[in-house]
Design a protein around this ligand. Structure first.
Ligand SMILES: NC(=O)c1ccc[n+]([C@@H]2O[C@H](COP(=O)([O-])OP(=O)(O)OC[C@H]3O[C@@H](n4cnc5c(N)ncnc54)[C@H](O)[C@@H]3O)[C@@H](O)[C@H]2O)c1
Length: 375
Protein backbone atom coordinates (compact mmCIF):
# COMPACT_ATOMS: atom_id res chain seq x y z
CA UNK A 1 0.00 0.00 0.00
CA UNK A 2 1.48 3.41 -0.96
CA UNK A 3 1.49 6.08 1.75
CA UNK A 4 -1.75 8.09 1.50
CA UNK A 5 -1.36 11.26 -0.52
CA UNK A 6 -1.63 14.47 1.48
CA UNK A 7 -3.86 16.95 -0.27
CA UNK A 8 -5.04 20.50 0.37
CA UNK A 9 -8.02 22.28 -1.14
CA UNK A 10 -8.18 25.98 -1.99
CA UNK A 11 -11.82 27.09 -2.27
CA UNK A 12 -14.58 25.41 -0.31
CA UNK A 13 -17.74 26.35 -2.19
CA UNK A 14 -19.84 24.04 -4.34
CA UNK A 15 -17.01 22.22 -6.08
CA UNK A 16 -14.36 22.38 -3.33
CA UNK A 17 -16.63 20.20 -1.21
CA UNK A 18 -17.09 17.74 -4.07
CA UNK A 19 -13.28 17.54 -4.39
CA UNK A 20 -12.91 16.95 -0.64
CA UNK A 21 -15.32 14.03 -0.74
CA UNK A 22 -13.63 12.45 -3.76
CA UNK A 23 -10.16 12.90 -2.22
CA UNK A 24 -11.23 11.07 0.94
CA UNK A 25 -12.83 8.25 -1.06
CA UNK A 26 -9.61 7.88 -3.07
CA UNK A 27 -7.75 7.26 0.19
CA UNK A 28 -6.02 10.64 0.49
CA UNK A 29 -5.62 12.64 3.67
CA UNK A 30 -7.12 16.10 3.38
CA UNK A 31 -4.56 18.13 5.31
CA UNK A 32 -6.35 21.47 5.14
CA UNK A 33 -8.43 24.00 3.27
CA UNK A 34 -8.32 27.70 2.42
CA UNK A 35 -11.23 30.00 1.63
CA UNK A 36 -11.80 33.68 0.91
CA UNK A 37 -10.90 34.59 4.52
CA UNK A 38 -9.33 32.83 7.53
CA UNK A 39 -12.73 32.81 9.26
CA UNK A 40 -14.43 31.12 6.32
CA UNK A 41 -11.58 28.61 6.09
CA UNK A 42 -12.02 27.80 9.81
CA UNK A 43 -15.74 27.29 9.32
CA UNK A 44 -15.24 25.09 6.24
CA UNK A 45 -12.51 23.02 7.93
CA UNK A 46 -14.84 22.36 10.88
CA UNK A 47 -17.70 21.51 8.59
CA UNK A 48 -15.60 19.10 6.51
CA UNK A 49 -13.85 17.56 9.51
CA UNK A 50 -10.46 18.75 8.26
CA UNK A 51 -7.72 19.59 10.74
CA UNK A 52 -6.13 22.71 9.31
CA UNK A 53 -7.54 26.00 8.09
CA UNK A 54 -4.90 27.84 6.09
CA UNK A 55 -4.82 31.63 6.46
CA UNK A 56 -4.75 31.98 2.67
CA UNK A 57 -4.61 29.99 -0.55
CA UNK A 58 -1.07 31.35 -1.10
CA UNK A 59 0.04 29.73 2.14
CA UNK A 60 -1.77 26.49 1.23
CA UNK A 61 -0.13 25.99 -2.16
CA UNK A 62 3.35 26.23 -0.58
CA UNK A 63 2.73 24.02 2.48
CA UNK A 64 5.64 21.61 3.02
CA UNK A 65 3.54 18.64 4.08
CA UNK A 66 1.20 18.59 1.06
CA UNK A 67 1.62 16.48 -2.11
CA UNK A 68 -1.40 17.55 -4.19
CA UNK A 69 -3.12 20.94 -4.44
CA UNK A 70 -6.77 21.15 -5.53
CA UNK A 71 -7.59 24.62 -6.87
CA UNK A 72 -11.34 25.27 -6.55
CA UNK A 73 -11.39 29.04 -6.24
CA UNK A 74 -12.94 31.68 -8.52
CA UNK A 75 -11.36 31.63 -11.97
CA UNK A 76 -9.10 34.70 -11.75
CA UNK A 77 -7.00 32.97 -9.05
CA UNK A 78 -6.35 29.73 -10.95
CA UNK A 79 -3.27 30.88 -12.85
CA UNK A 80 -1.26 32.33 -9.94
CA UNK A 81 -2.17 29.50 -7.59
CA UNK A 82 -1.44 26.71 -10.08
CA UNK A 83 1.89 28.30 -11.03
CA UNK A 84 2.88 28.72 -7.38
CA UNK A 85 1.87 25.13 -6.61
CA UNK A 86 3.93 23.75 -9.50
CA UNK A 87 6.88 25.95 -8.48
CA UNK A 88 6.59 24.48 -5.00
CA UNK A 89 6.84 20.96 -6.47
CA UNK A 90 3.19 19.93 -6.03
CA UNK A 91 0.92 17.87 -8.20
CA UNK A 92 -2.08 20.01 -9.15
CA UNK A 93 -5.75 19.59 -9.92
CA UNK A 94 -6.90 22.96 -11.22
CA UNK A 95 -10.55 23.67 -11.93
CA UNK A 96 -11.66 24.87 -15.33
CA UNK A 97 -11.17 27.33 -16.84
CA UNK A 98 -7.48 26.58 -16.31
CA UNK A 99 -6.84 30.30 -16.81
CA UNK A 100 -8.91 33.24 -17.98
CA UNK A 101 -6.36 34.04 -20.73
CA UNK A 102 -5.06 31.60 -23.28
CA UNK A 103 -1.46 32.83 -22.84
CA UNK A 104 -1.66 32.04 -19.12
CA UNK A 105 -2.99 28.54 -19.83
CA UNK A 106 -0.02 28.06 -22.20
CA UNK A 107 2.36 29.10 -19.42
CA UNK A 108 0.77 26.59 -17.07
CA UNK A 109 1.16 23.79 -19.60
CA UNK A 110 4.86 24.66 -19.91
CA UNK A 111 5.27 24.89 -16.13
CA UNK A 112 3.60 21.50 -15.56
CA UNK A 113 5.86 19.91 -18.16
CA UNK A 114 8.99 21.48 -16.68
CA UNK A 115 7.98 20.42 -13.17
CA UNK A 116 7.23 16.86 -14.29
CA UNK A 117 4.16 16.80 -12.04
CA UNK A 118 0.67 15.46 -12.66
CA UNK A 119 -1.53 18.42 -13.59
CA UNK A 120 -5.17 17.67 -14.34
CA UNK A 121 -8.37 19.64 -15.05
CA UNK A 122 -11.78 18.28 -13.97
CA UNK A 123 -13.56 17.76 -17.28
CA UNK A 124 -15.42 15.13 -15.32
CA UNK A 125 -18.18 14.30 -17.78
CA UNK A 126 -15.57 12.12 -19.47
CA UNK A 127 -16.07 9.72 -16.58
CA UNK A 128 -19.63 8.62 -17.31
CA UNK A 129 -19.41 4.99 -18.43
CA UNK A 130 -21.93 5.80 -21.18
CA UNK A 131 -19.62 8.58 -22.47
CA UNK A 132 -16.71 6.13 -22.53
CA UNK A 133 -18.96 3.69 -24.37
CA UNK A 134 -19.81 6.34 -26.98
CA UNK A 135 -16.09 7.01 -27.43
CA UNK A 136 -15.33 3.29 -27.80
CA UNK A 137 -18.08 2.92 -30.42
CA UNK A 138 -16.80 5.89 -32.46
CA UNK A 139 -13.28 4.47 -32.27
CA UNK A 140 -14.51 1.01 -33.38
CA UNK A 141 -16.18 2.66 -36.41
CA UNK A 142 -19.63 1.46 -35.23
CA UNK A 143 -21.26 4.69 -36.35
CA UNK A 144 -19.18 5.24 -39.51
CA UNK A 145 -17.95 8.67 -40.59
CA UNK A 146 -18.98 11.41 -38.21
CA UNK A 147 -21.04 13.95 -40.14
CA UNK A 148 -22.92 16.06 -37.61
CA UNK A 149 -22.30 16.89 -33.95
CA UNK A 150 -25.00 18.85 -32.15
CA UNK A 151 -26.32 19.54 -28.71
CA UNK A 152 -26.49 21.97 -25.85
CA UNK A 153 -25.47 22.71 -22.30
CA UNK A 154 -28.35 24.43 -20.54
CA UNK A 155 -28.73 25.72 -16.97
CA UNK A 156 -31.14 28.20 -15.36
CA UNK A 157 -29.44 29.29 -12.15
CA UNK A 158 -28.69 32.78 -13.57
CA UNK A 159 -32.15 33.37 -15.03
CA UNK A 160 -33.07 36.41 -12.90
CA UNK A 161 -31.25 39.70 -12.22
CA UNK A 162 -31.19 38.74 -8.52
CA UNK A 163 -29.18 35.62 -9.36
CA UNK A 164 -25.54 36.51 -8.83
CA UNK A 165 -22.18 34.93 -8.16
CA UNK A 166 -18.57 36.02 -8.63
CA UNK A 167 -18.74 34.41 -12.13
CA UNK A 168 -20.84 37.36 -13.32
CA UNK A 169 -18.03 39.83 -12.57
CA UNK A 170 -15.59 39.81 -15.49
CA UNK A 171 -12.68 40.69 -13.19
CA UNK A 172 -13.21 37.48 -11.24
CA UNK A 173 -14.74 35.12 -13.81
CA UNK A 174 -12.99 36.19 -17.01
CA UNK A 175 -14.18 37.73 -20.29
CA UNK A 176 -16.35 34.72 -21.13
CA UNK A 177 -18.87 33.43 -18.61
CA UNK A 178 -21.38 30.87 -19.92
CA UNK A 179 -19.09 29.54 -22.62
CA UNK A 180 -15.92 29.31 -20.51
CA UNK A 181 -17.88 27.89 -17.59
CA UNK A 182 -19.96 25.19 -19.28
CA UNK A 183 -19.42 25.45 -23.04
CA UNK A 184 -15.84 24.36 -22.32
CA UNK A 185 -17.20 21.09 -20.88
CA UNK A 186 -19.35 20.50 -23.97
CA UNK A 187 -16.48 21.06 -26.41
CA UNK A 188 -14.11 18.93 -24.35
CA UNK A 189 -16.62 16.12 -24.31
CA UNK A 190 -17.39 16.00 -28.03
CA UNK A 191 -13.70 16.24 -28.94
CA UNK A 192 -12.99 13.46 -26.44
CA UNK A 193 -15.75 11.19 -27.76
CA UNK A 194 -15.06 11.74 -31.46
CA UNK A 195 -11.27 12.05 -31.17
CA UNK A 196 -11.71 14.94 -33.60
CA UNK A 197 -10.93 18.64 -33.22
CA UNK A 198 -13.00 21.74 -33.76
CA UNK A 199 -11.12 23.71 -36.38
CA UNK A 200 -13.39 26.71 -37.03
CA UNK A 201 -16.07 28.45 -34.96
CA UNK A 202 -18.74 31.03 -35.72
CA UNK A 203 -20.34 32.38 -32.55
CA UNK A 204 -23.07 34.70 -31.33
CA UNK A 205 -23.28 35.72 -27.68
CA UNK A 206 -26.24 37.01 -25.68
CA UNK A 207 -26.20 39.09 -22.52
CA UNK A 208 -29.89 38.99 -21.68
CA UNK A 209 -29.59 40.33 -18.14
CA UNK A 210 -27.47 43.52 -18.34
CA UNK A 211 -27.47 44.26 -14.60
CA UNK A 212 -27.27 41.82 -11.71
CA UNK A 213 -27.09 41.90 -7.94
CA UNK A 214 -23.94 40.20 -6.71
CA UNK A 215 -23.18 39.51 -3.03
CA UNK A 216 -19.72 39.25 -1.53
CA UNK A 217 -20.05 35.63 -0.41
CA UNK A 218 -22.48 34.17 -2.90
CA UNK A 219 -21.48 30.58 -3.63
CA UNK A 220 -22.58 28.92 -6.87
CA UNK A 221 -26.14 27.60 -6.96
CA UNK A 222 -26.70 29.03 -3.47
CA UNK A 223 -29.80 30.88 -4.55
CA UNK A 224 -28.95 33.63 -2.09
CA UNK A 225 -29.79 37.14 -3.15
CA UNK A 226 -26.87 39.52 -3.51
CA UNK A 227 -26.42 43.11 -2.49
CA UNK A 228 -24.51 45.18 -5.01
CA UNK A 229 -25.87 45.98 -8.47
CA UNK A 230 -23.27 45.53 -11.21
CA UNK A 231 -23.29 45.98 -14.98
CA UNK A 232 -22.79 42.68 -16.74
CA UNK A 233 -20.32 42.44 -19.61
CA UNK A 234 -20.17 38.64 -19.95
CA UNK A 235 -22.55 36.39 -21.87
CA UNK A 236 -25.55 34.57 -20.40
CA UNK A 237 -25.75 32.40 -23.50
CA UNK A 238 -23.83 31.47 -26.65
CA UNK A 239 -24.72 29.83 -29.94
CA UNK A 240 -21.75 28.32 -31.74
CA UNK A 241 -21.55 26.73 -35.18
CA UNK A 242 -18.39 24.80 -35.95
CA UNK A 243 -16.48 22.62 -38.37
CA UNK A 244 -14.08 19.87 -37.36
CA UNK A 245 -10.78 18.76 -38.81
CA UNK A 246 -12.37 15.43 -39.66
CA UNK A 247 -14.97 17.14 -41.88
CA UNK A 248 -18.01 17.14 -39.58
CA UNK A 249 -20.12 20.22 -38.96
CA UNK A 250 -22.03 21.01 -35.81
CA UNK A 251 -23.64 23.45 -33.44
CA UNK A 252 -24.21 23.93 -29.74
CA UNK A 253 -26.35 26.18 -27.55
CA UNK A 254 -24.84 27.15 -24.21
CA UNK A 255 -27.01 28.90 -21.65
CA UNK A 256 -27.30 29.77 -17.96
CA UNK A 257 -30.76 31.29 -18.45
CA UNK A 258 -32.89 28.40 -19.76
CA UNK A 259 -35.78 28.05 -17.31
CA UNK A 260 -36.21 24.56 -15.96
CA UNK A 261 -32.90 23.25 -17.24
CA UNK A 262 -30.59 22.60 -14.31
CA UNK A 263 -27.54 20.96 -15.83
CA UNK A 264 -28.52 19.52 -19.15
CA UNK A 265 -25.42 18.73 -21.15
CA UNK A 266 -26.45 16.70 -24.17
CA UNK A 267 -24.84 15.80 -27.43
CA UNK A 268 -25.78 13.81 -30.48
CA UNK A 269 -23.30 12.51 -33.02
CA UNK A 270 -24.68 11.51 -36.41
CA UNK A 271 -22.47 9.10 -38.36
CA UNK A 272 -22.85 7.50 -41.77
CA UNK A 273 -24.00 4.20 -40.22
CA UNK A 274 -25.55 5.11 -36.86
CA UNK A 275 -25.92 7.90 -34.29
CA UNK A 276 -25.15 8.25 -30.59
CA UNK A 277 -26.78 10.55 -28.03
CA UNK A 278 -25.99 11.27 -24.38
CA UNK A 279 -27.75 13.41 -21.78
CA UNK A 280 -25.95 14.29 -18.52
CA UNK A 281 -29.30 14.46 -16.70
CA UNK A 282 -30.09 10.88 -17.76
CA UNK A 283 -26.59 9.39 -17.87
CA UNK A 284 -27.55 5.81 -17.18
CA UNK A 285 -28.34 5.16 -20.83
CA UNK A 286 -26.73 5.76 -24.20
CA UNK A 287 -29.09 6.25 -27.15
CA UNK A 288 -27.96 4.46 -30.27
CA UNK A 289 -29.75 5.68 -33.38
CA UNK A 290 -30.17 3.11 -36.17
CA UNK A 291 -32.18 3.23 -39.39
CA UNK A 292 -34.15 0.15 -38.31
CA UNK A 293 -34.98 1.77 -34.98
CA UNK A 294 -33.05 3.15 -32.01
CA UNK A 295 -31.71 1.14 -29.10
CA UNK A 296 -31.37 2.48 -25.58
CA UNK A 297 -28.31 0.86 -24.04
CA UNK A 298 -28.32 0.66 -20.23
CA UNK A 299 -25.14 1.26 -18.22
CA UNK A 300 -24.71 -2.34 -17.17
CA UNK A 301 -21.04 -3.40 -16.98
CA UNK A 302 -21.66 -6.62 -18.94
CA UNK A 303 -23.09 -4.62 -21.88
CA UNK A 304 -20.22 -2.14 -22.12
CA UNK A 305 -16.84 -2.27 -23.81
CA UNK A 306 -13.88 -3.00 -21.52
CA UNK A 307 -12.73 0.64 -21.13
CA UNK A 308 -16.23 1.86 -20.32
CA UNK A 309 -16.98 -1.01 -17.95
CA UNK A 310 -13.97 0.02 -15.83
CA UNK A 311 -15.97 3.06 -14.73
CA UNK A 312 -19.23 1.15 -14.17
CA UNK A 313 -18.61 0.52 -10.49
CA UNK A 314 -22.16 -0.60 -9.67
CA UNK A 315 -24.32 -3.28 -11.28
CA UNK A 316 -26.94 -2.18 -13.81
CA UNK A 317 -30.08 -0.72 -12.24
CA UNK A 318 -28.10 0.91 -9.42
CA UNK A 319 -27.71 4.45 -10.76
CA UNK A 320 -24.35 6.20 -10.89
CA UNK A 321 -24.04 9.96 -11.28
CA UNK A 322 -22.04 13.16 -11.04
CA UNK A 323 -20.30 12.30 -7.76
CA UNK A 324 -19.14 9.00 -9.24
CA UNK A 325 -17.58 10.87 -12.17
CA UNK A 326 -15.72 13.15 -9.79
CA UNK A 327 -14.57 10.23 -7.67
CA UNK A 328 -13.24 8.45 -10.76
CA UNK A 329 -11.50 11.59 -12.03
CA UNK A 330 -9.76 12.28 -8.70
CA UNK A 331 -8.87 8.62 -8.35
CA UNK A 332 -7.33 8.59 -11.85
CA UNK A 333 -5.35 11.76 -11.05
CA UNK A 334 -3.89 10.13 -7.94
CA UNK A 335 -3.32 6.94 -9.94
CA UNK A 336 -1.30 9.00 -12.44
CA UNK A 337 1.00 10.08 -9.60
CA UNK A 338 1.75 6.50 -8.62
CA UNK A 339 1.45 4.47 -11.82
CA UNK A 340 1.36 6.66 -14.95
CA UNK A 341 -1.48 8.54 -16.63
CA UNK A 342 -4.67 6.47 -17.16
CA UNK A 343 -6.42 6.68 -20.53
CA UNK A 344 -8.63 9.74 -20.85
CA UNK A 345 -7.39 11.76 -17.88
CA UNK A 346 -8.03 15.43 -18.73
CA UNK A 347 -4.79 17.33 -18.17
CA UNK A 348 -3.49 20.89 -18.50
CA UNK A 349 -3.21 20.60 -22.31
CA UNK A 350 -6.97 19.95 -22.34
CA UNK A 351 -7.45 23.05 -20.17
CA UNK A 352 -5.38 25.00 -22.70
CA UNK A 353 -7.49 23.60 -25.52
CA UNK A 354 -10.65 24.90 -23.80
CA UNK A 355 -9.02 28.31 -23.34
CA UNK A 356 -8.15 28.42 -27.06
CA UNK A 357 -11.70 27.53 -28.12
CA UNK A 358 -13.10 30.13 -25.69
CA UNK A 359 -10.80 32.78 -27.14
CA UNK A 360 -11.89 31.87 -30.69
CA UNK A 361 -15.59 32.04 -29.68
CA UNK A 362 -15.11 35.51 -28.14
CA UNK A 363 -13.21 36.76 -31.20
CA UNK A 364 -15.81 35.37 -33.59
CA UNK A 365 -18.69 36.97 -31.69
CA UNK A 366 -16.89 40.31 -31.36
CA UNK A 367 -15.77 40.52 -35.00
CA UNK A 368 -18.78 38.80 -36.58
CA UNK A 369 -16.74 36.29 -38.57
CA UNK A 370 -15.62 32.65 -38.46
CA UNK A 371 -12.38 32.10 -36.54
CA UNK A 372 -9.94 29.27 -37.24
CA UNK A 373 -8.26 27.37 -34.44
CA UNK A 374 -4.68 26.20 -34.58
CA UNK A 375 -3.67 22.77 -33.43
N1 LIG B 1 -15.46 20.73 -13.11
C1 LIG B 1 -16.70 21.01 -12.82
O1 LIG B 1 -17.61 20.26 -13.16
C2 LIG B 1 -16.98 22.28 -12.07
C3 LIG B 1 -18.24 22.48 -11.49
C4 LIG B 1 -18.44 23.65 -10.76
C5 LIG B 1 -17.44 24.61 -10.65
N2 LIG B 1 -16.24 24.41 -11.26
C6 LIG B 1 -15.16 25.41 -11.15
O2 LIG B 1 -14.73 25.46 -9.79
C7 LIG B 1 -14.39 26.79 -9.41
C8 LIG B 1 -15.20 27.18 -8.19
O3 LIG B 1 -16.57 27.17 -8.53
P1 LIG B 1 -17.73 26.94 -7.45
O4 LIG B 1 -18.95 26.64 -8.23
O5 LIG B 1 -17.30 26.00 -6.41
O6 LIG B 1 -17.82 28.41 -6.86
P2 LIG B 1 -18.38 28.84 -5.44
O7 LIG B 1 -18.75 30.27 -5.58
O8 LIG B 1 -19.42 27.87 -4.95
O9 LIG B 1 -17.12 28.68 -4.48
C9 LIG B 1 -15.94 29.43 -4.63
C10 LIG B 1 -15.17 29.32 -3.34
O10 LIG B 1 -13.92 29.98 -3.49
C11 LIG B 1 -13.58 30.58 -2.27
N3 LIG B 1 -12.66 31.68 -2.47
C12 LIG B 1 -12.91 32.93 -2.95
N4 LIG B 1 -11.77 33.66 -2.95
C13 LIG B 1 -10.81 32.86 -2.46
C14 LIG B 1 -9.43 33.05 -2.19
N5 LIG B 1 -8.82 34.21 -2.42
N6 LIG B 1 -8.73 32.00 -1.68
C15 LIG B 1 -9.32 30.83 -1.42
N7 LIG B 1 -10.63 30.58 -1.64
C16 LIG B 1 -11.36 31.60 -2.17
C17 LIG B 1 -14.90 31.04 -1.66
O11 LIG B 1 -14.79 31.04 -0.25
C18 LIG B 1 -15.88 29.97 -2.16
O12 LIG B 1 -16.07 29.02 -1.16
C19 LIG B 1 -14.64 27.64 -10.64
O13 LIG B 1 -13.44 27.87 -11.31
C20 LIG B 1 -15.58 26.82 -11.50
O14 LIG B 1 -15.44 27.06 -12.89
C21 LIG B 1 -16.02 23.25 -11.97
Amino acid sequence: MPTPLRVAIAGTGFIGRVHARSALLAGATVVGVAASSPDRAEAAAKDLGVERAFASADELVRADDVDVIHICTPNHLHFDLALAALDAGKHVICEKPLATQRADAERLVRAAKAAGKVASVPFVYRYYPTVREARARVEADDIGDVRLIHGAYLQDWLLDPEDGNWRVDEALGGASRAFADIGSHWCDLIEFVTNDRIRRVTAKLLTAVPERFVGEHQDAFSGSKGAEKISVTTEDAAVVMFETRGGAIGSTVISQISAGRKNQLRFEIDGSKAALAFDQEAPETLWIGRREGPIVLPRAPELLSKGAATYATLPGGHPQGYHDCFDAFVNDTYEAIHNGVPDGLPVFTDGLRAAAITEAVLTSAREGRPVDLEG
